[in-house]
Design a protein around this ligand. Structure first.
Ligand code: NPQ
Ligand code: MG
Length: 376
């Protein structure tokens, strides 16, 4: 395949409700889409970087810039390009995993569409539907939280994840556990808001029968997670800390993580995400698929990934309606059984609805070997 151009397109999508975490509140997404134009057809990628560098150092303007300025010239210089080459070619540049992942996803979609292969089968899927969990943001008061959780359970979600932060943790989670009863799968995500001194406080969560505590400490505090794992009975799951298969293995071997959340954007692409999966599977560590408030494009790819064998816990792969009144693609819906079907068509198996795409696009630039055309 020859890469002929990259379209860097920005879309604006309002969330159905504000999403608050320990690092901030989001009401609208400003999302970078990447379209790879090749001699074998086009493919779509989605960059999961947020507007501001809060979850990780990446942010959407920076991702767009690094793709245009550094990644595109390297990829255009290749006489032929396969998706499996992208990560190695871009490895000369430090960091920017979400930007790299978006470009790889677009090239991979083009390649698989041309070959007539679905992303799920290419990655090694063993399921045609995956159980759906939902991530519930921090709310102003506990009544609102309980109402939201009950709403998601009524929708059919099979697992609830509560965002927590210091001061809005044990009592809130206890209120939810008391309301939903002992059988609902429940877990929490701190997005790195605690310190290792909070071990005794977080141990109060043990009696609430949670599946896991996700990323209590800062991403680089692997040693702190080891200490915490010895103070808390609830399994520790890492998200932000795990930026590669190599780090996944290190976290597991050192006892920092008993479960791992896999996000392709965080580890530099869906192919590295499979490597993280394989590393965890070999170590007997269960994984689940995280979410970054994706459009239907990223949602399709996450469902394909979540169909791999070691994804034994429900992920943050929610239906489109959890986030969007109007999704960019045909919406993903929750089945009666709380599962979502894995797309089966070539590549991602979905594409942007042209009218929706037009309506929400705020800017588009085409980057080609000869130069750049289009807006900001
Ligand atoms: C997590 N996601 O697991 C992230 C955090 C997160 C579904 O809980 C805009 C874009 C806002 C990405 C807020 C979920 C976001 C975002 C939170 C990701 O840690
Ligand atoms: Mg998380």
């Amino acid at each position: 395949m020859k890469l002929l151009g990259l379209e860097l397109r920005r879309v604006a999508m309002p969330l159905v409700r504000p999403f608050r975490t320990s690092f901030g509140v989001e009401t609208d997404r400003d999302i970078l889409l990447v379209r790879a134009e090749t001699d074998a057809g086009d493919g779509w990628g989605e960059c999961v970087a947020m507007g501001e560098p809060r979850y990780s150092p990446e942010y959407v303007d920076g991702a767009q810039h690094v793709i245009e300025r550094f990644f595109a010239p390297v990829l255009f210089a290749q006489p032929t390009l396969a998706a499996a080459d992208v990560a190695a070619l871009l490895a000369v540049f430090e960091g920017h995993p979400m930007a790299k992942a978006a470009v790889e996803m677009a090239v991979l979609d083009a390649q698989l569409r041309a070959a007539g292969t679905s992303l799920a089968s290419h990655l090694g899927a063993v399921r045609d539907r995956v159980p759906a969990g939902v991530s519930v943001g921090i709310t102003d008061d506990v009544e609102t939280l309980l109402a939201q959780v009950e709403g998601y359970l009524a929708d059919g979600y099979l697992r609830i994840k509560l965002k927590i932060e210091p001061g809005l943790d044990v009592e809130r989670v206890r209120a939810v556990r008391d309301r939903v009863g002992p059988d609902v799968l429940l877990q929490v995500d701190a997005n790195a808001a605690y310190t290792v001194d909070d071990g005794p406080h977080l141990a109060a969560l043990d009696e609430l029968d949670l599946l896991l505590i996700e990323q209590p400490l800062p991403p680089d505090d692997i040693a702190g997670h080891v200490v915490l794992a010895r103070q808390v009975r609830t399994p520790i799951c890492l998200d932000e800390s795990v930026t590669s298969a190599r780090i996944a293995r290190d976290c597991i071997e050192r006892g920092a993580a008993a479960i791992i959340n896999i996000k392709a954007g965080r580890v530099g692409g869906y192919l590295e995400a499979v490597a993280v999966h394989d590393t965890c599977a070999a170590a007997g560590v269960p994984v689940w698929c995280g979410g970054m408030l994706e459009t239907g494009l990223g949602r399709a790819a996450n469902l394909a990934l979540a169909a791999l064998p070691d994804f034994t816990l429900p992920g943050d792969t929610s239906a489109s309606a959890r986030y969007w009144a109007t999704d960019l693609t045909e919406p993903f819906v929750l089945g009666d059984d709380g599962h979502i079907a894995v797309p089966t068509g070539p590549g991602l198996g979905v594409e942007p609805l042209p009218d929706v795409l037009d309506a929400i696009t705020t800017a588009s630039r085409w980057v080609r070997p000869g130069g750049v055309t289009g807006g900001p």
